[in-house]
Design a protein around this ligand. Structure first.
Ligand code: ARG
Length: 406
């Protein structure tokens, strides 16, 4: 019967992320998985609807993490990963998809996995085999020989798959077309060196301005956005000039970067929590000693850059790099974002309203509004005052179905 698919959710409060305000006594009607109306307790309830009252809790839209790696386990870093067969990582992804959803993240952008694992996870979730968030997959991280996306930890006597490596604009265009063919919905490029990769300098540009321009033009032609891993200043600025959509990490961005980001409407997606975890647990987890040294160089600087970028008016996203630190603890980053200059509502909007805009999915996710999916979470206490409340999600609903109820 049609009515069986109607659910009415009520609670004491709701965060309206589009307006940036808190509303009392909301009543949300969800039909066939999508929000039909947002009203107030006492409004007429459709006959035959199932009702869920969340008492004194506060409702928010399902959260969005714009930078995760579901198939990565932070405790298996560096050469420790060599102990496992390739399909092992898919099981890691299955477990982490569930942890992420239970933590209130109903949508994630997975910015890098091998073997098209993130596409498989997405298909398994959509088909109902496993539970997890909505996934926007990037598939492979694209990059140059010897760069952050290459397997630089091996000597030349060991040959590795170079499926994701290119060294000219033409070759990058071919890679963009290939990953798109097999399910990529966003393109991820390693523009500068990284922290966890061996042998590259974290600040150095790796992809040329001509190459990034070719990638951006082709991705946009195919209807995909481009997420760029960039810690170094030159790489950030060349990527912004080429028209990329999101800068990941952005650690050493400068005033010129802020200006370019605003001119081009690009977002910064800065993982400012994971430094704490890497410094505390990295050595034990197998992180390369030189990576530990690189982390010490950029961790604090990145947080200072976050404060400056936000103050300068750069559009900000919520992206954690979960995988580098434990999945399911994504919400720990909200506290850092507030500590480094945001108001609680700005941090919440980064993980909802802004994220939906950056995904080009404002019809689907990122707000409790008619037409969007019935992706809702609830917390005890007031997240507008205290973002630590987001670390203990009491209720998760995805597409109108209750996933978790404390
Ligand atoms: N995946 C990133 C890299 O290897 C992690 C950086 C973590 N550190 C940080 N301060 N955000 O470059």
């Amino acid at each position: 019967p049609a009515m069986a698919d109607t659910v009415v959710v009520t609670a004491a409060h709701m965060i309206d992320v589009l307006k940036g305000t808190e509303v009392d006594a909301p009543q949300i009607v969800i039909k066939d998985g999508r929000i039909a109306s947002v009203g107030h307790k006492g409004d007429a309830v459709p006959a035959g609807a199932k009702t869920i009252d969340l008492g004194d809790e506060t409702l928010l839209p399902g959260l969005i993490d714009m930078h995760v790696h579901l198939t990565v386990d932070p405790t298996i870093s560096g050469y420790k990963a060599l102990n496992y067969t390739p399909s092992f990582w898919m099981t890691v992804g299955v477990a982490n998809a569930k942890k992420t959803l239970d933590a209130g993240f109903t949508t994630v952008r997975n910015v890098g996995s091998e073997n098209y694992d993130d596409v498989g996870l997405k298909e398994g979730i959509e088909k109902g085999y496993i539970e997890g968030p909505r996934i926007v997959p990037a598939t492979y991280i694209l990059g140059v020989t010897g760069g952050h996306a290459d397997a630089t930890e091996f000597p030349p006597s060991i040959t590795t798959d170079e499926y994701n490596i290119a060294n000219s604009p033409e070759a990058f265009v071919a890679l963009v077309r290939k990953v798109h063919k097999y399910g990529a919905e966003v393109i991820k490029v390693a523009m500068t060196g990284g922290v966890l990769s061996k042998g590259d300098s974290v600040g150095a540009e790796q992809v040329s301005p001509e190459e990034i321009k070719a990638i951006v033009d082709e991705a946009h032609r195919l209807g995909m956005r481009v997420a760029v891993h960039a810690h170094g200043t030159q790489g950030i600025n060349d990527a912004l000039r080429a028209g990329v959509d999101t800068i990941e990490h952005a650690s050493l961005a400068d005033e010129e970067s802020f200006k370019l980001a605003k001119e081009h409407g690009a977002w910064f997606d800065m993982d400012i929590y994971d430094d704490d975890y890497i410094l505390a647990e990295g050595e034990k987890n197998g992180v390369f000693p030189e990576s530990m040294a690189k982390e010490k160089m950029v961790g604090r600087k990145q947080r200072e850059t976050f404060r400056k970028a936000h103050a300068a008016g750069v559009k900000m996203l919520f992206g954690t790099d979960a995988g580098v630190y434990p999945h399911g603890t994504n919400a720990l980053q909200f506290v850092k974002m507030v500590k480094w200059g945001m108001t609680p509502i700005e941090a919440i909007q980064a993980a909802t309203k802004n994220a939906a805009e950056a995904l080009d999915r404002t019809g689907d996710v990122g707000a409790i509004a008619p037409g969007r999916y019935g992706d809702l979470i609830a917390v005890k206490g007031d997240p507008m005052q205290d973002v630590t409340t987001l670390q203990h999600v009491a209720f998760v609903m995805k597409g109108g179905k209750v996933v978790e109820r404390e």
